[in-house]
Every structure is written in C-alpha cells, then in structure tokens.
Design a protein around this ligand. Structure first.
Ligand code: GLN
Length: 456
C-alpha cells in the first residue's frame, strides 16, 4: 500500500486518481495486516486497488467525474465496493473516468483526461487510456494499484483494458449489484474487474458478484470459485468466429491479431467454427438510441436540489431557471448531447420510430447470440477494438460518431446482456497493446475466464 501511494504521487501526470484516500488506505492496510497475522485473511486481504469514481464510497467524494456532482459525498457505500472492502482489499482512492461513463477516451471528465502510460514508439504524444474506465486502465497498467473496478455499459471495461494491455471482464447483466453505482443506462450497466492477469480477474470477480436485495436486477445464483476453474483445458470447446466482425477498413494488424488468437485457441485443442450474427451492423445505432434514452431519464435527478452543484441565480429567477442554469453549468458537452438525444427519442412523437425500434433491434441481436449458443458454441472470439489507442485530442468533438465507432465490437455484448472479456494478446507496429474479446454464454463467466486463460 505504501509503495502504491508513493507511485500514485509520482504519477500525477497520468491524472488517474482524482480523489486520493491515503488515510483510509493505511487504516485498511493495517487492518489487513492484523487479519493476516491472525490467520484470518479473506481473498483480497491487503491488496491495494482503485475504485472508479462512478461507485459511491461512503465519506469519500464520488462525482462520476461530473461538475454537477461537485461536493457530493455519499452517506452510503456501493454494494460492490463494500464487498471488495469486506474481502480485505485496500482502497487507494477514486479513479478518473468519462463524465457519467459517457465516452471512449476519458476526455469528457470534469477533471480532464487521464493519460495512458503507453507511447507510440519514440513519439512523446500522449495517448488515451480509453474510456470510460480510463483512469482504472491507466492506473493498473502503470502499476499504481494491483487492480481496479470498472463499469461497462457499451465497452467501458473492455476497450480501455485493450488499449492499455490489461485484462477487463464485463460479467453477465445481473451478476454484480448496481446498487450505489451511479446509473448511466440501467439495462446495460455492469461493474467488473480490471486487472493485470486473468487469474486476478477471476479472484476479484468472485468478490464483486452476488445477489443483492437492494438491486432487483441482480440474480440469486451461486457464485462459483472462478479461480479454481482456471485449468487451461479448453479441449473440445467450440469457439465461434463471427463473419460480421470483419469490418471494412479494419487495420491489417487487427485482422492478424484475430488470426493469431484463433491459432492459439486451436493449438490449445479448441474447435473453431465460422458463425454468423446477422444483426451486428445494427448494434451501434441501437445502442446509441437506447443508452442515451436511459441516460436522459437517469440524469433527470440532477436538478440542483438533491445532489451536488446548484447555479448562482439572478434576482427574479424561479425554479425553471434554477434547473436550466444548474444543468447547463453542471453537465459537460457529451452528457448534454446524450440527454438531448435521449429526450428526443423518448418524446411522444418519435418514441415508436426510434426507441421502440431500437428495442426490437436489441431483441434480434440477443437472438443472434441465443441461436449460436443453442447450436453448441461455447464462446465467441472477436477483436476488442477496431484499432490501438488513439492520441488525446485526435477525435474531434464536432464529429462524435467517429468516437462512437470505437465501440463497434463491444456494444453487442451489453445489448445481449452477455459476459465479455478483453485479453491483451499482442502489440501493434508501434508497440501499442492490442486485445481480443471473448464473449461467453450467460452466467458462464468461469468458462469464459478459463478460455481467456488459454489465450493469455
Ligand atoms: N463508449 C460508450 C459510450 O460512450 C460506452 C461507455 C460505457 O461502457 N460506459 O456510451
């Protein structure tokens, strides 16, 4: 813990930890020492970790990297961060992210962007660690903590993991409690671990999972010992290779990485099967209707009364002006864009044309996956991202769709509620990390982790 705290202070330039909690860390580390000495060490005893700023942490500022939550210090702890604390882990602080987890580069944060520890060859240009869990990815990759929590609504665990050479798993929707995690799009959001290895992910995920009476979408299902399932034996497993994930204009390096992943799984005894997920091309547009729709509803609660920031008002301003000014000041550009898209697609005149149609498309995407799993496929292998990490500032805010395209391989998994993992499997010609994604059957994270283990 002490060496992590020192490393964090020395790495301020990466802008990963936006609230440092050294006192809490030292207190928990001492308590962990005592438990170890007493021979009563739980699974993550003494392990220093970072917590994404989207998780509410009791007595510690939790702002979801938004100006509108300025000064908000929750009186309660999210279920997942509580489970991690109960397992003996040591919280070092809160990690940078895109505002309300909306973004793919960590550039929408009110704290400014986190920076990746990676560089392209000898070029000094700063790169994005990805988003929205960019602070988590950068901090784990730069060895500032052993692991971190992330959340994934459309790829926010898997894409930053791929960009920084670490492991990130989004569990099946309902595996982890969402209670106390600031909501972005409630039907898509899941928490998950971001770690240095598949084994670490297995250990941490087991701690984070489980039914929570405070989240009615969390399932009552036994949580297996995921670590014990890491045998590396994947003989006879059927791995689906979806033809729709060969995207036009995808760099040759990504195709080559994917081919390498296929070869590795085959060498480990798996059988490769060509499959089709015909509705893949509609996933991104459906996601960018459903996610903003849910976000606009979830974010209605930031009204200047209940949480955080309230604008200074002029004489004669009433409650409407208070809402307007507070929300205009408190929300950043991307969040405002999503709220506007969301309210538009949910509005009476357009609800059927956009939101309902997107929901129907979502059902078809889920059915694509159901069909291939019913046909005996155990897991699906795809690239995690269509490119390696891009430079900070390289994506233009005027053209948000370019940024959205980054999520092309990850959003399908959230729309279908499936577990997905990104495993670091290579580097590009400039030495930047690249990741492959494995998508698993619902509730079979153990099998998924074991297949990832064979790929690692
Ligand atoms: N990049 C996607 C978005 O901006 C996904 C974000 C996420 O998974 N939280 O919506």
């Amino acid at each position: 813990t002490e060496s992590c705290l020192k490393a964090i202070d020395a790495a301020d330039a990466l802008n990963t930890f936006v609230h440092k909690t050294p006192e809490i860390a030292m207190e928990r580390a001492k308590a962990a020492d005592a438990r170890i000495q007493a021979g009563d060490a739980p699974s993550m005893c003494g392990l220093p970790i970072g917590i994404k700023d989207l998780f509410c942490t009791k007595g510690v500022a939790s702002q979801a990297a938004s100006g509108i939550l300025e000064g908000f210090t929750p009186e309660y702890e999210s279920t997942v961060s509580q489970q991690l604390a109960d397992a003996g882990s040591v919280m070092l602080g809160k990690l940078n992210m895109d505002e309300f987890a909306m973004g793919s580069s960590n550039e929408t944060s009110v704290y400014g962007n986190a920076v990746s520890p990676w560089r392209r060859g000898n070029d000094d240009a700063e790169l994005t660690p990805g988003g929205s869990s960019g602070g988590s990815a950068s901090a784990v990759s730069a060895d500032l903590c052993l692991a971190a929590t992330g959340t994934d609504t459309g790829g926010s665990i898997r894409q930053p993991a791929a960009f920084t050479g670490i492991v990130g798993i989004k569990p099946t929707y309902g595996r982890c409690s969402r209670w106390g995690v600031v909501a972005f799009a409630s039907s898509l959001d899941q928490a998950g671990p971001m770690t240095k290895s598949v084994r670490d992910a297995a250990i941490m995920l087991e701690t984070m999972c489980g039914h929570d009476p405070k989240d009615s979408t969390s399932v009552e299902l036994a949580v297996p010992n995921f670590e014990a399932m890491l045998t590396g034996d994947i003989k006879g497993k059927k791995i689906g290779i979806p033809k729709e994930y060969h995207m036009d204009g995808m760099p040759d390096e990504i195709e080559a990485l994917w081919a390498e992943g296929r070869a590795m799984l085959k060498a480990a005894g798996a059988e490769l099967v060509d499959i089709s997920l015909p509705h893949t091309k509609y996933a991104l547009p459906a996601y960018y209707v459903i996610a903003p729709a849910e976000a606009s509803s979830n974010l209605a609660r930031y009204d200047g009364v209940r949480f955080g920031h309230r604008a200074n008002l002029a004489a004669g301003d009433g409650i409407t002006e208070m809402y307007e000014k507070t929300r205009a000041e408190g929300f950043g550009h991307e969040v405002q864009r999503r709220v506007m898209i969301g309210t538009y697609v949910l509005s009476a005149g357009f609800y059927d044309a956009y939101y309902n149609r997107a929901r129907r498309v979502r059902a078809l995407i889920k059915k694509d996956f159901d069909d291939v799993f019913a046909a005996g496929i155990d897991a699906i292998l795809t690239p995690a991202t269509p490119s390696a990490a891009f430079g900070l500032g390289e994506m233009n805010d005027e053209d948000p769709v370019k940024m959205y395209l980054n999520d092309v391989f990850t959003v399908t998994v959230n729309l279908a509620g499936l577990p997905g993992i990104s495993v670091p499997t290579g580097v590009d010609h400039q030495g930047l990390p690249l990741g492959l994604q494995l998508i698993g059957r619902p509730w079979e994270e153990g099998d998924l982790l074991n297949t990832a283990y064979a790929l690692e």
